[in-house]
Design a protein around this ligand. Structure first.
Ligand code: CS2
Length: 477
């Protein structure tokens, strides 16, 4: 942004006082939560400015600080483009550089909420016995040091400081695509706290709140092409611009420390006592279908969701997933028809203005597939409900790993990258591939993966190299 334009804008949009610290200031939060918070403050005031913290890269700090933390959000659809300035971010900290500054703002009395979009892998979940991955290098570090590196480490150390100073805790609001995200965060934080001090762990248990939430809006990663397009529309260059679809949804369990929160109900956020049915529907129907499209679409040579869903074979397959394998694994939330939800998803996926790269969705498969695909698969298997298409998605993921493991291909983007590519390289046939990869079972807990191994091998054989997507449905009969 040009400096004169920027300072004129900040006069128009004076910085609000901070009430929220957000860990993981990526495009998703800037295009979703930040906009709801802005609207809530416009309607009913409150000191809900956001200090953004990035844990892994200094990129967004550089971009936002250079433009006074203001950025544009572009709504893209075939109805045209709408642009708005978002002004709720008050400053951005890069945690590895100034971890003490992050702790300072998290322990300020005025900070009432710490929200998180740190992605599935940011929670450092362990597999079987423990919720916390005690072997994770950042967790090992954070258990020994007062100045942390990981998301869970920052939460625990900041809460510990508040406890020692006799302050009230903040509400921990997870906004990641994980089942019962609040409960899971509570378990991870409690496990960590109990390794530090049992009195502190008890205080956390009784005083701190971890509401569950479901968040939804399709937000493609910002590319140079998008920045240039935004520049044509707004007449100035914005390094931190985000694009999003018109649709948005936010459902939150209304359980905040001392009931302190922005008035989100005024701007369309659903405040409920049980988020589970909303969250399960979204995680399976939207995110499950997304992962299916990402792997099948990549193997068939497509680059974006909109391109892949226009392929007849993929569309028919996804509609089958919604109608049977995923749809029948769910109880719809009150007053919701899964059929209309699926029809709306199809429209959203087809949005030609949103360039949502399959690559973006395909990353971190080991962290995403357990809740999106494996959980409904094993539930359906036990209940005698359809599950074959879910096996196809796992088979496509295995082929995707296999293709990424071959030299010359771009690397697999996954926290288990080394283990997965090693397993794929070692396999001399599909039986070995299935066995090697399912054995790694990162974060799959006690899922009986051996029960699906034989069927997976057959499906991998039947589906060949996945290019002929039109054959999927036929082969499933
Ligand atoms: C996507 C999600 O990247 C992914 O894994 O499935 O980011 C998805 O776009 C959002 O959850 C939509 O709300």
């Amino acid at each position: 942004m040009k400096p004169e334009y920027q300072s004129r804008l900040r006069r128009l949009y004076p910085s609000p006082k901070t009430g929220i610290v957000h860990l993981g200031l990526g495009a998703f939060f800037r295009a979703h939560g930040a906009i709801y918070i802005k609207e809530a403050m416009e309607q009913s005031g409150g000191d809900w400015g956001v200090v953004g913290v990035s844990l892994r890269s200094s990129d967004i700090r550089e971009k936002l600080v250079g433009q006074d933390c203001l950025y544009n959000a572009l709504e893209l659809s075939d109805q045209g483009i709408k642009s708005q300035v978002v002004d709720v971010v008050t400053s951005v900290l890069f945690a590895p550089e100034y971890p003490r500054a992050v702790l300072k703002v998290m322990t300020a009395e005025t900070t009432k909420i710490v929200s998180l979009t740190i992605t599935e892998k940011g929670y450092c979940r362990g597999s079987r016995d423990t919720m916390l991955d005690l072997e994770h290098p950042d967790i090992k570090h954070d258990l020994q040091n007062l100045v942390p590196k990981s998301g869970p480490g920052f939460l625990v150390r900041a809460l510990e400081m508040r406890w020692k100073r006799g302050l009230r805790p903040f509400t921990v609001l997870s906004l990641d695509n994980l089942p019962s995200n609040g409960l899971l965060t509570r378990q991870i934080v409690s496990e960590f706290a109990s390794r530090i001090d049992l009195n502190f762990a008890h205080w956390l248990k009784t005083e701190c709140k971890f509401p569950c939430s479901m968040v939804d809006r399709i937000v493609p990663a910002t590319s140079d092409a998008l920045r240039n397009r935004a520049c044509e529309i707004n007449g100035h260059y914005d390094e931190a611009v985000v694009a999003h679809e018109p649709f948005r949804q936010w459902v939150i369990e209304d359980d905040f420390v001392d009931n302190c929160r922005p008035d989100l109900g005024l701007v369309g956020v659903k405040l409920v006592s049980d988020v589970a049915p909303f969250e399960q529907m979204k995680l399976r129907m939207l995110n499950g279908a997304h992962s299916a499209i990402a792997y099948l679409g990549s193997l068939a040579g497509f680059e974006t969701v909109a391109e892949a869903i226009c392929d007849e074979g993929i569309e028919v397959f996804i509609e089958g997933l919604w109608r049977e394998d995923l749809g029948l694994s769910l109880d719809a939330p009150p007053e919701t028809s899964l059929e209309s939800y699926a029809a709306q998803l199809l429209e959203r996926f087809r949005n030609p203005e949103i360039c949502h790269l399959l690559e973006q969705i395909a990353m971190d498969g080991s962290q995403k597939l357990p809740q999106r695909i494996l959980a409904p698969l094993f539930e359906n298997l036990s209940a005698g409900k359809p599950y074959k298409r879910l096996l196809v998605v796992i088979a496509a993921w295995l082929r995707y790993i296999e293709s990424r493991s071959k030299s010359g291909q771009s690397e697999l983007n996954d926290p288990y990258q080394q283990e997965l590519t090693r397993a794929a390289k070692k396999a001399s046939n599909d039986t070995a591939l299935v066995e090697n990869i399912l054995k790694i079972a990162p974060g799959y807990g006690d899922l009986p993966t051996h029960r699906i191994a034989d069927e997976l091998v057959v499906i991998m054989f039947q589906l060949g190299n996945f290019r002929d997507t039109a054959r999927f449905e036929g082969n499933l009969q």
